[in-house]
Design a protein around this ligand. Structure first.
Ligand SMILES: C[S@@+](CC[C@H](N)C(=O)[O-])C[C@H]1O[C@@H](n2cnc3c(N)ncnc32)[C@H](O)[C@@H]1O
Length: 197
């Protein structure tokens, strides 16, 4: 089953599973977005759970692979300046340096090639632009046998469980780590800010 197919099936249940559990972490992470007419990509926007936490001063493009997820994001836009685009985070349909900021909540560990997704996000970011990441990552050398075992199933259905952020970052040159904060589940989930040099 492809991720597009599985997220089409997951879409009706996604908010019930994740909405309240992650609301405060989303709000906290998105407080780091500048609010001054910037162009912001919400990469892998899903059902739009980030939208209520976004400062209204910016222009937003929300991208996702799955039409069923995007349909659920539409009514959440409110008065935001938001365009929704169906597309692939591994080959973003935008020019180099198009965005001032990129938000990547629960997408980097979802896609089959995290390093390619990070390189693509960096490509469409302007020099000096920021990237806000929130996802679950293993630490270098962490064995995590259960997560690695379940990864064999989960990576096909919803998300990878074996992504080591430091390995991904090493394959995306030109990005500087600004901060990396453990958030939930004993630091498995991390909020990370990168800046393009
Ligand atoms: C775990 S959800 C996260 C959604 C949202 N960012 C959030 O924080 O709730 C992962 C999303 O990534 C999307 N997705 C999966 N593979 C993708 C790809 N290659 N390009 C763009 N979106 C993708 C899925 O359709 C799904 O909406």
């Amino acid at each position: 089953m492809s991720l597009k197919h599985s997220y089409t099936l997951i879409a009706p249940f996604y908010d019930a599973m994740l909405s309240s559990a992650l609301a405060s972490v989303r709000a906290q992470n998105l407080r780091h977005l500048p609010a001054r007419e910037q162009t912001v990509l919400i990469n892998g926007i899903g059902t739009g759970l980030d939208l209520p936490h976004l400062p209204p001063e910016n222009r937003y493009i929300g991208l996702d692979l799955t039409a069923a997820m995007l349909r659920r994001a539409t009514p959440r836009r409110g008065t935001l300046d938001l365009s929704l685009v169906q597309g692939n985070s591994l080959a973003l349909p935008f020019n180099d340096g198009h965005f001032d900021q990129v938000v990547m909540h629960l997408i980097l560990a979802v896609v089959p090639d995290s390093a390619q997704a990070l390189r693509e996000a960096a490509r469409v970011l302007k020099p000096g632009g920021g990237m806000l990441i929130f996802d679950k990552f293993l630490r270098p050398g962490q064995s995590a046998p259960l997560r690695r075992a379940f990864n064999l199933i989960f990576r096909q259905l919803a998300t990878r469980l074996d992504v080591v952020f430091e390995d991904v970052l090493a394959q995306a040159p030109g990005l500087q780590l600004e901060w990396d904060t453990p958030q939930m589940a004993n630091g498995w989930f991390r909020a990370i800010k990168l800046v393009k040099s």
